[in-house]
Design a binder for this molecule. Structure first.
Ligand code: UTP
Length: 283
């Protein structure tokens, strides 16, 4: 199976930071966000990650290209751990597809259609990270248990955040998954079918590529992935895999990116004392 990782957006919410640095390359501790996503894909059994990028975001491509000169320099000065890290990033099975204009998430996913062909694929948003890599693996298991159906990761959000997300409704099954029957993009609280929000990971059947090909631009003049998923509900079963709030991190805004870095630094013995000391000194 292949993963499609859309990373061709403009990252406007981080400007001026993202004028030259793609938002997907922002650091989460010692790695760019998108590298966590590629590693999560591989842990779920994906054999190739297709990053949908823009031609002027070449830092993304460079991150996953081998750099033999840097590796031999690092080995020459005895920095083998860094040499291993550089070698690892350059060896990941990544290919790049291009979206020439940011016409929406659905459009970005469709830019990888020739690579995914007639096979199911996982869409992984490049600004959502899952440090223990568990969610995509679980989604593959849920799909297998339901005859290869599409599976979407869901996170229960507080009432005052419902209107910021795509929200699903459906029936809870005995195995803890949801059989999804409705989906609404950014609903008002009173129109929301539940508090379960779509959370950046989608295991999808090839039918979705077909539906995307026929979509007209929706909200904001963009081709929306959610519109294709709403259409999918008419012809195929779709299931929801519910995740815990401490498993996955949205890093797509300055606040959530900062919170993710601090949370992961506090979970990591290499950085925990530094963060605690800084907080203590600034109380
Ligand atoms: P976002 O909406 O979070 O990214 O899309 P954005 O558009 O870059 O952010 P802002 O609103 O301008 O700050 C989620 C993911 O989908 C990709 C983005 O790169 C991001 O990783 N995306 C979005 C595309 O690849 N193409 C698009 O047309 C839109």
């Amino acid at each position: 199976m292949k993963a499609v990782i859309p990373a061709a957006g403009l990252g406007t919410r981080f400007l001026p930071l993202t004028k030259a640095v793609p938002k997907e390359m922002l650091p989460i501790l010692d790695k760019p966000a998108i590298q966590y996503v590629v590693e999560e894909a591989l842990a779920a059994g994906v054999d190739e990650a297709i990053i949908v990028s823009r031609r002027d975001k070449d830092a993304i491509e460079q991150q996953f290209t081998p750099d033999d000169d840097l590796v031999s320099y690092l080995r020459g000065v005895g920095k083998d751990d860094f040499a291993d890290a550089v070698e690892h990033a350059g060896s990941l099975p990544v290919t790049i597809a291009y979206q020439d204009e940011p016409l929406g998430l659905g459009h970005a996913v469709h830019c990888a259609a020739s690579a995914t062909g007639d096979d199911p694929f996982i869409v992984m948003l490049a600004d959502v990270i899952v440090p223990d890599n568990a969610i995509s693996q679980r989604m593959v298991q849920v799909s297998e248990a339901h005859d290869g159906a599409s599976v979407i990761a869901l996170l229960e959000v507080p009432e005052d955040e419902v209107s910021r997300f795509g929200i699903v409704g459906g029936d809870m099954l005995d195995d803890g998954t949801m059989h999804i029957t409705t989906m609404v993009e950014k609903p008002a609280l009173e129109d929301a079918p539940s508090r379960y929000a779509i959370f950046g990971r989608y295991l999808l059947t090839p039918k979705v590529m077909e539906l995307l090909a026929g979509l007209k631009p929706g909200a904001g003049g963009e081709i929306q992935l959610t519109d294709a998923l709403v259409a999918l509900l008419d012809s195929e079963e779709v299931y929801g895999c519910i995740i815990d709030a401490d498993e996955g991190f949205d890093t797509g805004t300055m606040d959530t990116w900062l919170a993710t870095n601090i949370t992961l630094a506090l979970r990591d013995e290499r950085y925990r004392d530094t963060v605690n000391d800084v907080i203590e000194r600034n109380r």
